[in-house]
Design a protein around this ligand. Structure first.
Ligand code: C5P
Length: 227
């Protein structure tokens, strides 16, 4: 199968409190996007679509060229929208004709190891239409209404969703075409369109860099001795 990875990197990163868009914040000498692309290029991708913030397309291409080496011709850069869902839709619009599996990945999950891409892609290739990596929920979780606890929720029934999420191309494209509201991830959008969604094991290292503490975690993960 021909696999495309759409890397959504068009978020502002307001919660990180950085000057510019989150994807271009440095973890070490390399940006969040650069690190994310290292995982992406370790996967057997036939096309890599980077959805960049408006005005930063050239910077995205610079990061892509640095990581891709002689596979830079696989890279397509396009401009994102004002929501994650619009950014994914922008990525879907520039897929090459012969792609049949699409992985959608958050650039902010910069340290996602190649095995996660492989697990997701393999599950789709073996016939699952929609697949997401998950981690068990470790906290005890409550259903609440204001300050009142309504119910305890059995955490064995819960899982935390990560990316890359993988789909048969035509399933994802048709679900996006029909989407009438905003969803927090692609799996939710596809489930709302009536499709079954399956899980594979996620990875602790696929955590999303959202706050300054997450950025610190990424730094110590990469360079433990520097502390
Ligand atoms: O904000 P958050 O980190 O949860 O967003 C998840 C991913 O979606 C990030 O990689 C971010 O760059 C991307 N995104 C986007 N376009 C937006 C909002 C978020 O590409 N408008």
């Amino acid at each position: 199968p021909r696999i495309a990875v759409i890397v959504v990197a068009a978020g502002s990163g307001a919660r990180l409190g950085a000057d510019g868009p989150k994807a271009f914040v440095g973890i070490d000498e390399h940006t969040i996007l650069h690190h994310a692309l290292q995982g992406v290029f370790a996967a057997p991708a036939a096309q890599v679509v980077i959805v960049a913030p408006a005005g930063r397309e050239g910077d995205a291409l610079t990061d892509a060229r640095a990581v891709a080496g002689d596979r830079a011709d696989l890279v397509t850069v396009t401009t994102g929208g004002s929501t994650r869902q619009e950014s994914v839709a922008a990525g879907l619009a520039v897929l090459w004709g012969d792609v049949d599996i699409v992985l959608v990945h958050d650039a902010a999950r910069a340290l996602t190891p190649p095995e996660v891409f492989a697990r997701v892609a393999d599950a789709v290739a073996s016939g699952r239409g929609a697949v997401l990596p998950v981690l068990p929920v470790v906290d005890t979780v409550k259903r609440v209404d204001d300050d009142e606890v309504r119910a305890a929720v059995d955490r064995d029934e819960l899982a935390a969703a990560q990316t890359p999420q993988g789909f048969r191309r035509e399933l994802l494209v048709s679900a996006y075409r029909g989407a009438a509201q905003e969803f927090t991830d692609d799996a939710a959008l596809v489930a709302a369109a009536g499709h079954q969604v399956f899980t594979v094991a996620g990875d602790e290292r696929a955590f999303k860099i959202t706050t300054p503490a997450d950025l610190e975690r990424a730094r110590t993960t990469l360079h433990p001795a520097a502390q």
